[in-house]
Ligand binder design. Structure first.
Ligand SMILES: [Zn+2]
Length: 244
């Protein structure tokens, strides 16, 4: 249900797969996305199940309305209502114990934590967001709250891999002109983009030395939601928080 990583400094990272929830086909089972056509009651139940399995209070999880941009929200508590959720692709907090969540189904979920400063961040990096600089934006916002890139532990979660993310030649050229590390080729020999590789190159350039990457490709894994494979499907979530 959830792959969890806890570092020795009190930073916690979790990535869900599609199992262990209550949603029906084609969102089976643990769909955590509220805007994909699934029954809202099922999504609510799934968010509760996922939070509880991580030892989190579901009411203390901060979600975003993701729009493939580079805007960041600084938060110090949960949103008052769904109507308050801003359209951003990154959230950062200096509130220990508050969990930040990012939804994906092929895009790269980026989780960041500086346990010494007590600052965490989560970002949604698809191809447009990665190229727009959502990851540098998130790190910059964390630094403004006292984080130091050299202390940040970054995790990227399950995402479509560079061998699967086929794009037109022109799109690859444009992407690689902005972030050379994302240049890729599919396993069948056509142009591709590796968004996670781009994210890791950006993090390295920002001085984030402690970086981990999930080996899971969502398009290849039957245990994960993949938009490119299934179109109508659920959303996975990544969670990051610091000991309170
Ligand atoms: Zn793949």
């Amino acid at each position: 249900m959830i792959q969890r990583y806890d570092d020795e400094n009190g930073a916690h990272f979790g990535f869900t797969d599609r199992w262990g929830g209550v949603s029906a086909v084609p969102y089976e089972q643990l769909n955590l996305g509220g805007a994909v056509g699934d029954d809202p009651d099922a999504v609510r139940a799934n968010r509760k199940l996922a939070a509880e399995s991580l030892g989190l209070d579901p009411a203390q999880v901060v979600w975003m309305n993701q729009v493939h941009g580079r805007d960041v929200a600084v938060v110090d508590g949960p949103w008052g209502s769904d109507a308050e959720i801003p359209s951003v692709d990154a959230v950062v907090t200096a509130r220990r114990g508050l969990a930040l969540a990012v939804l994906t189904a092929d895009c790269t979920p980026v989780l960041l934590a500086d346990p010494v400063a007590g600052v965490a961040g989560a970002a949604h990096a698809g191809r447009p967001g990665m190229l727009a600089g959502v990851v540098p934006s998130a790190v910059e916002a964390m630094v403004a709250l006292g984080a130091d890139p050299s202390r940040i532990h970054a995790w990227t979660g399950p995402a479509v891999c560079g061998k699967c993310y086929e794009v037109p030649e022109k799109m690859r050229a444009e992407a690689a002109a902005i972030e050379p590390a994302c240049w890729a080729e599919t396993s069948w020999g056509t142009p591709a983009v590796d968004v996670s590789a781009g994210v890791h190159a950006q993090l390295a350039a920002l001085g984030v030395r402690t970086r981990s990457q999930s080996p899971v490709c969502t398009r290849e894994s039957g245990d994960h939601f993949s938009y490119r494979r299934d179109r109508t499907t659920g959303r996975l979530a990544g969670y990051v928080w610091l000991d309170g």
